[in-house]
Design a protein around this ligand. Structure first.
Ligand code: MN
Length: 241
């Protein structure tokens, strides 16, 4: 080994998501879609498109790969008094996209599998950023902001459109929607993302949340589901003193 090839700081291990049935999925990037359910867009005070022809372009943002949490305990973050849950379908890419724009028809073949996750949000900081026209990073991309359940291969999940996403907090139903309510479905989102980024194996895409987002408190337990096919169980723990 030559001197110039020696790492001068320790290399961080990639975050890995367990796959149901065995194996792990190393995470490269996390892309997120905003305002992908009309009822949630409206509850946030944004306009929802009247039809697919009026939907414009999707809203994208990102989280760091190490924001993923696979353990059952999720720490309440610093610097907020209004942590919100957003239950989301997560698509996991198993192959690199070919160079150039990915067609909607070719997009589904890139998907390795799916999970359910939470796009945890410091809602108070997001509202302040929106009011000032500032970026959302500190509201969305904080440590442990992306709890996720086990990945399930796409063939085992089957057709998505007829399935229902839900989140219960302390047993109470907070969010639920059929996935046919997505403004942009998974292939359409991958097509749009491919115009902006080179999609690669290891990328995760959080697909956006339906209405019913609300506050989480230390001690709350979350149960996210896609019917009986995908699930996530976690608990919000107290911040360190
Ligand atoms: Mn979201």
């Amino acid at each position: 080994m030559t001197e110039s090839s020696v790492d001068v700081v320790p290399v961080a291990a990639p975050t890995r998501v367990p796959v149901r049935g065995g194996g792990t999925f190393p995470v490269r990037r996390i892309y997120c879609v905003g305002r992908n359910f009309a009822d949630h867009a409206r509850e946030m005070g944004a306009e929802a498109p009247a039809s697919k022809a009026d939907r414009g372009t999707p809203v994208f943002f990102a989280k760091p790969a190490d924001a993923i949490v696979v353990s059952a305990d999720v720490p309440y973050p610093t610097a907020t008094r209004d942590l919100h849950h957003e239950v989301e379908l997560v698509a996991a890419l198993g192959r690199d996209a070919p160079p150039g724009e990915l067609s909607v028809d070719d997009a589904a073949a890139l998907v390795y599998g799916y999970a359910v996750g939470l796009d945890l949000t410091r809602r108070d900081l997001q509202a302040a950023a929106k009011a000032k026209g500032l970026p959302w990073d500190i509201a969305k991309g904080f440590d442990a902001s992306a709890p996720i359940g086990a990945l399930v291969p796409a063939a085992e999940v089957g057709e998505l459109a007829g399935r229902t996403l839900s989140l219960r907090v302390n047993g109470e139903l907070r969010q639920t929607s059929p996935l046919d309510q997505l403004i942009w479905d998974v292939p359409e989102i991958l097509h749009e993302l491919s115009k902006l980024f080179a999609l690669r194996a290891g990328d995760l895409v959080f697909m956006g949340t339906p209405a019913g987002v609300a506050a989480l408190l230390p001690g709350d337990t979350c149960e996210a589901r896609l019917d009986d096919v995908l699930e996530l169980h976690c608990r919000i723990t107290s911040p360190p003193l």
